[in-house]
Every structure is written in structure tokens, then in C-alpha cells.
Write a protein that binds this ligand. Structure first.
Ligand code: SF4
Length: 440
């Protein structure tokens, strides 16, 4: 007789790679656990963490502290922390939160059944932060019938940007064999899927060290030929490794969507060099121009850091000027925060918090102007939308994305979820669009 399954609750912080890892966790533990969205009913509560900024790490530690009460009320519940904070802190997390049962790094997710068994057998908390050379993968879909899917194609990073903790918590760069990636995408398309986003810390350097010798543009070309693939996206691209061959893919491959996330981080050559980014402002702008030449109207989004050590008012002005010149359609922006082990944390000319906050406020005002202007340019246009689900703001409305990645909300029946529809854009908000379903 089958044993009844237990409840698994996963709280995910951070980037899309963490979202993918959480899906993998659900599949790995799927034999014994069903996912629940009710944390108070969890038999196993896992927190998949991000340590990219100090604030994200603080959020995790505060949640772990608050969960002590739930653990007291449900003593049989197992509580685990995985991902980047777990990788970074390891045993130290147990000292700070002795009510934890499991601490596992990003690679530890594939050993979770074994780690849980070890925890139950020994009665003691278990810590696993080891790295492995390969990138395992569990096939299957957490949400059968979903129209889009994330697919990790590589992990880790060898770049060591001086502010970034990723090379320390995700390890060196490793790529998944192309055949395995293609199989995963094909499985998804056979189940009716339409849109795939390829993930990696620096997808542009995909393929290094693989026996099949396929580069990232080569992988895109192979995937673009798969029947049923309507939309193909990727993130994140390092500007230094954005080759002309890759830029040309935007004109050549019909499923490749006209959007690229290209983190610039700063607009001053002095700061870019201190960040160890490997490109200048001029080189970045040249690649943006080339992208726009090959794919007119391509949507461009970015990441920006303000208050990096040594950033002068003139450096910051360079960042604002670059933002105006590119006119980014959207951006993620943050105050610099020193991360453990990174080179920039040891720099002596750290910027005072009030200065960082003031610069961030100015940068936000500018980006909001740019984002709104970009969305306003879409008003009156007919756009194809992949319907993803119900709108977060207006639950009666549907929500989907344009090929250029903007979110649009509109009225329609729920049976349109998972389908491609035409929408006339009627309204531009800061972070989304409003529209009406119609034929072009
Ligand atoms: S390229 Fe730089 S910012 Fe991106 S993951 Fe690697 S070290 Fe971090």
C-alpha cells in the first residue's frame, strides 16, 4: 500500500535560477512529498536563499528566527535552509539557528533525499555544502500544462566581479551537455509548452569545457529549430561575452524574443574597472547600438549598482548619462553592500549609507521616467501576448507577457491561460501595461 505523502512548503528568494532549483527540489522529493502553499501545514519547510545582497540575507535570517514558533508548535516539522546563504554560512547557520534540521548548498538539492534520511536516522542536524563537478537534473514538470519553463543551462561563474559573491557560493562555471538541455526542452514542448527561458549566471560563456563543443549561439540555433517552440529567452548575459554571433541570432532565429537583459552595473570607466567587469562604457554602448541595428526595437533591461566603493559624484553622473543615452526599458537597481570574501568588501573608500541612499533615489526617479516613457510608446499598438495566468493586482483579469517581456493585464476568460492572444495596448503603468483583447 502506498504511504500517504507529506507536505512540502518551499519559500524561494532571489533570482530565476533559485526558482528553477526550487522546482527541481519539488521533483526530487515528489515521491514522498506534495507541494503545499500553506506553510502552517508543512511537514518539511525549506527556504531556498539568495545572498547577492546583505538585505536578501537578512530577510532569510529573520524568517528563520520567526519560524522557531512554528517549529515549537509542530515539533515533527523539519526545517531546512538551502541555496546561497546556506552555502556561504554552512555550520555557522546552525550556531545562529539551532532549531534548523538541514543546511544544504545549491548543489546539495540533488542529495536531499539522502540528507533527510540522515537527519531522521541520526536525530542530528545535517550540513552539506559540497560542490560537484557535474550539473545533475531531474526531469518532469512541477506545474503540468504551464506555457513557459525555466531551463538552467549552466551554473557558477569564473568572472569574480569584485562585488559579487556568486563565484564563492555557486562555484566555478559548469555547463550542462547540449543534448540534455535539448531533451529537457523537447519534453516540455511535447506537453504543449511554448516558451523557454535559458538560465545561467553568464549564459554567453555556455559550453566551455564541454565535449560537444557547442557555443551558446550554437545551442540557440539548435533549440530554435525544435517544433513547437514559439518563444525563446535567456538570462543573464555578461556584456563582455556578448559576441556579434550572438547578437546576429536576434535577426536570424524567429523564436528568439526581442528582449535582452544586459547588466551594465555602472556608467563610469573608473568604477567598471574597479568592479572588474571587463568592458568599458564605450564598449557597452557599441554593443547596444549593434543590438539595435540588428534588432530594431529590441527591449533592453539592466542591473545597476550605486555607491560602489570610490564612486564619486562624477562617476555617478556618468551612470545617469549612460542610462539616458541607452534609455533602458526597465532596470533593477541597488545600493552596493559588501559581501563576504569579495574583493570590494576590503576596499577602504566605502561610500556612506546616506550618500548611497540619496544617489539611489535620484537614479530611481530617472529610471521611472524612462520605464514609463518606454511603456507609453506601446500604447495604441497591437501585440501578441502569451497568457500566463491571473493578474496579481486584479485577480479577475488575465496577465501575460509581450515578446519584448513587458507584463500586460487584460480582461478575458480563464480558458485563455496558456494560449497566445492579440491585445491592443491601452494603458501604460510604471511596471505593467493594460490592454483589450482584439484582432489586429
Ligand atoms: S559575471 Fe560577475 S556579477 Fe555575474 S555572477 Fe559572475 S561574478 Fe557575479
Amino acid at each position: 500500500m502506498n504511504r500517504p505523502k507529506k507536505n512540502l512548503y518551499i519559500k524561494t528568494y532571489g533570482c530565476q535560477m533559485n526558482v528553477y532549483d526550487s522546482e527541481q527540489i519539488a521533483l526530487i522529493l515528489g515521491r514522498d512529498y506534495d507541494l503545499t502553499d500553506r506553510p502552517e501545514e508543512a511537514d518539511l519547510y525549506l527556504i531556498n536563499t539568495c545572498s547577492i545582497r546583505r538585505k536578501s540575507e537578512e530577510k532569510v535570517l529573520s524568517l528563520v528566527g520567526r519560524l522557531k514558533g512554528l517549529k515549537n508548535r509542530r515539533p515533527q516539522m523539519l526545517l531546512g535552509v538551502g541555496g546561497c546563504v546556506a552555502q556561504q554560512e554552512g555550520e555557522r547557520l546552525l550556531q545562529r539557528a539551532p532549531h534548523l534540521d538541514l543546511v544544504f548548498g545549491a548543489q546539495g538539492i540533488y542529495r536531499l533525499p539522502h540528507l533527510l534520511h540522515q537527519r531522521l536516522e541520526s536525530g542530528k542536524a545535517v550540513v552539506d555544502t559540497s560542490f560537484s563537478a557535474d550539473l545533475p537534473y531531474i526531469s518532469g514538470q512541477v506545474k503540468p500544462g504551464a506555457p513557459k519553463k525555466l531551463v538552467t543551462i549552466m551554473q557558477g561563474c569564473n568572472n569574480y566581479c569584485t562585488y559579487c559573491v556568486v563565484p564563492y557560493v555557486r562555484g566555478p562555471e559548469r555547463s550542462r551537455p547540449a543534448a540534455e538541455v535539448i531533451n529537457e526542452v523537447q519534453d516540455f514542448l511535447r506537453q504543449g509548452g511554448q516558451e523557454v527561458t535559458l538560465l545561467g549566471q553568464n549564459v554567453n560563456s555556455y559550453g566551455k569545457g564541454l565535449a560537444d563543443g557547442l557555443s551558446f549561439p550554437g545551442l540557440l540555433r539548435r533549440l530554435a529549430k525544435l517544433p513547437g517552440l514559439v518563444r525563446l529567452r535567456f538570462t543573464t548575459s555578461h556584456p563582455r561575452d556578448l559576441s556579434d554571433d550572438l547578437i546576429c541570432c536576434f535577426a536570424e532565429l524567429p523564436p528568439l524574443c526581442d528582449h535582452i537583459h544586459l547588466p551594465v552595473q555602472a556608467g563610469s570607466n573608473h568604477i567598471l574597472a574597479r568592479m572588474h567587469r571587463g568592458y568599458t562604457r564605450e564598449e557597452y554602448l557599441h554593443k547596444v547600438n549593434r543590438l539595435r541595428q540588428i534588432c530594431p526595437g529590441i527591449s533592453l533591461t539592466t542591473d545597476l549598482i550605486v555607491g560602489f566603493p570610490g564612486e564619486t559624484e562624477a562617476d555617478f553622473a556618468d551612470t545617469l548619462a549612460l542610462m539616458r543615452e541607452v534609455a533602458f526599458d526597465a532596470a533593477f537597481y541597488f545600493k552596493y553592500s559588501p559581501r563576504p570574501q569579495t574583493a570590494a568588501a576590503a576596499l577602504v573608500d566605502q561610500i556612506p549609507e546616506p550618500v548611497k541612499a540619496e544617489r539611489l533615489a535620484r537614479l530611481r526617479i530617472l529610471q521611472e521616467e524612462l520605464s514609463l516613457a518606454s511603456n507609453q510608446r506601446l500604447v495604441g499598438q497591437f501585440k501578441e501576448v502569451l497568457v500566463e495566468g491571473l493578474s496579481k493586482q486584479q485577480n479577475q483579469q488575465l496577465c501575460g507577457r509581450l515578446r519584448s517581456n513587458q507584463v500586460v493585464n487584460f480582461d478575458g476568460p480563464q480558458d485563455l491561460i496558456g494560449r497566445m492572444v492579440w491585445v491592443r495596448i491601452e494603458k501604460a503603468n510604471l511596471h505593467s501595461l493594460g490592454g483589450h483583447r482584439c484582432q489586429p
